[in-house]
Design a protein around this ligand. Structure first.
Ligand code: NAP
Length: 267
């Protein structure tokens, strides 16, 4: 029951109304009998939103597009891995300090470990916040990193940061990669019909992962399946990054299958 002792957690993003984070966190709070609620906010100014978190004593927050990088300058302390990635997706307020973490990297890389990452050629499409976290995880596990991005300089900067190689998007069809990971919004509204990696470049035996999870079956995932690739959908990453946030806030590790089911049941 919500009462005057209920703690508030939230997600800060823009746009954020499509976010499934309130579903998974409210389910986890309720299953674990924690008196807390989780809401979605679309702030105009991330600096002011962070100030509100301090003033109102909000216990923790998820940070999503487009604030993962900008939010860093308003925090008291940032975890070493999040600093290396250059992006924060989780805020924790404790002992009067606002701390920043990033749970995207392990969440993206863990489902890929079964296929092996060391010495594999891994192509990340995109160079934004999600790409930074994934590139960090791949480079830490000694994958051979290739970054493809619409804005060349941003792609080159990310490739240089993790000793990878940059290629323009129009060279993807001839790329020989073991693992392909989409971190652009292509495949979700309003780009539902778009595919970030050309279908003719997808070959049987490749592993294809999409960070987009609405819809679950993106055009990239369905085309990859038709071509005989192994696929990892964006919901695996989404529930894993959310579960890691919940653990940072409460010390409790929620069940990934339960979180996945609540998202699937609520479309
Ligand atoms: P971001 O920081 O804004 O980066 C977006 C990237 O996509 C940029 O590299 C951008 O290229 C590229 N891009 C955008 N529109 C494009 C277009 N029309 N054609 C080609 N490239 C385009 O966003 P983000 O935080 O990294 O998130 C990216 C996606 O990953 C979102 O769809 C988000 O929902 C998803 N995501 C999923 C999870 C999960 O848990 N499953 C976690 C994080 C993010 P430029 O550099 O040229 O602008």
């Amino acid at each position: 029951m919500i009462n005057s002792s209920t703690y508030l957690y939230c997600v800060l993003g823009s746009p954020v109304k499509h976010s499934k984070s309130p579903l998974i966190h409210n389910k986890a709070f309720s299953d674990n009998r924690i008196n807390a609620v989780y809401l979605a906010f679309e702030p105009r100014d991330i600096g002011q939103a962070v100030q509100s978190i301090r003033t109102l004593g909000i216990r923790g927050a998820s940070v999503t597009l487009p604030f993962k990088e900008e939010v860093m300058k308003y925090l008291d302390w940032i975890d070493e891995e999040a600093l290396a990635m250059g992006a924060v997706n989780t805020l924790v307020q404790e002992d009067g300090q606002l701390k920043g973490y990033n749970t995207d990297s392990k969440a993206a890389v863990n489902p890929l470990r079964a296929f092996g990452i060391k010495n594999k050629t891994v192509c990340i499409i995109g160079a934004g916040g999600a790409a930074k976290a994934v590139a960090y995880g791949i480079s830490k596990r000694q994958g051979r990193l290739i970054i493809a991005n619409r804005t060349h300089q941003k792609g080159r900067d990310l490739a240089d940061r993790f000793q990878g190689q940059f290629i323009p998007l129009d060279k993807l069809s001839t790329l020989e990669a073991d693992i392909v990971i989409n971190t652009t919004p292509l495949g979700m509204e309003p780009h539902l019909e778009e595919i970030p990696f050309p279908g003719q470049g997808l070959k049987s035996g490749m592993v294809v992962m999409d960070a987009v999870y609405t819809p679950l079956n993106t055009r990239l995932i369905s085309t990859a399946r038709e071509k005989g690739c192994q696929t990892v959908d964006g919901l695996s990453m989404f529930v894993a990054q959310g579960a890691a946030q919940f653990k940072l806030w409460t010390g409790i590790e929620p069940d990934l299958e339960t979180l996945r089911r609540i998202v699937l049941e609520n479309g």
